[in-house]
Design a protein around this ligand. Structure first.
Ligand SMILES: [Zn+2]
Length: 163
């Protein structure tokens, strides 16, 4: 038994390839807000500076399997004043924890990657399993979205095995 015996990682539900490292479950953090970039930055650097900081810490995952109105109220993405679509439901991870996934390219349309400062993730899953190509997650990294990856509950499984 290794030190990871009680800490799971996510695998592709179709081909069982690991799609994350080992992650500790934490309570879902509150959403983060877009930032106003300093004017002296050039355009490319401004896009990075405008993107919200990731709400998920590295090495962790959290459940968002239904919307928590108390958590979302402050950023006005629920209710009649909502400006933007809700973030996808699923298992939330830091974008760096999804480095094994590939940007999927097999869908005919390119709407999956639309966005201004990064992919909005509002057109469905845009990250795929590197082994079988199944769409398993959605990266949101635009200036008006969260900065996170949402693993699709229907496409991944938790594995406590370490081989
Ligand atoms: Zn797969």
């Amino acid at each position: 038994m290794s030190d990871n015996a009680n800490v799971p990682r996510f695998v592709c539900d179709r081909c069982r390839i690991p799609v994350t490292g080992f992650l500790v479950r934490v309570p879902l953090p509150a959403p983060t807000l877009s930032r106003v970039p300093p004017l002296e930055l050039d355009l490319a650097a401004r896009a990075d500076a405008r993107r919200p900081l990731p709400r998920m810490p590295r090495g962790a995952y959290a459940h968002e399997l239904r919307y928590d109105r108390d958590l979302l109220r402050d950023i006005a993405i629920l209710g009649p004043d909502a400006e933007y679509p809700l973030p996808p439901l699923g298992f939330k991870i830091h974008p760096d924890e999804a480095s094994a996934l590939v940007t999927h390219t097999h869908r005919d349309d390119w709407a999956c990657c639309l966005g201004c400062c990064g992919p909005s993730g509002h057109n469905g899953p845009n990250l795929a399993c590197p082994a079988c190509g199944t769409e398993v997650a959605t990266l949101e990294a635009d200036c008006y979205t969260q900065n996170e990856v949402t693993l699709s509950p229907a496409a991944v499984a938790l594995s406590f095995l370490d081989d």
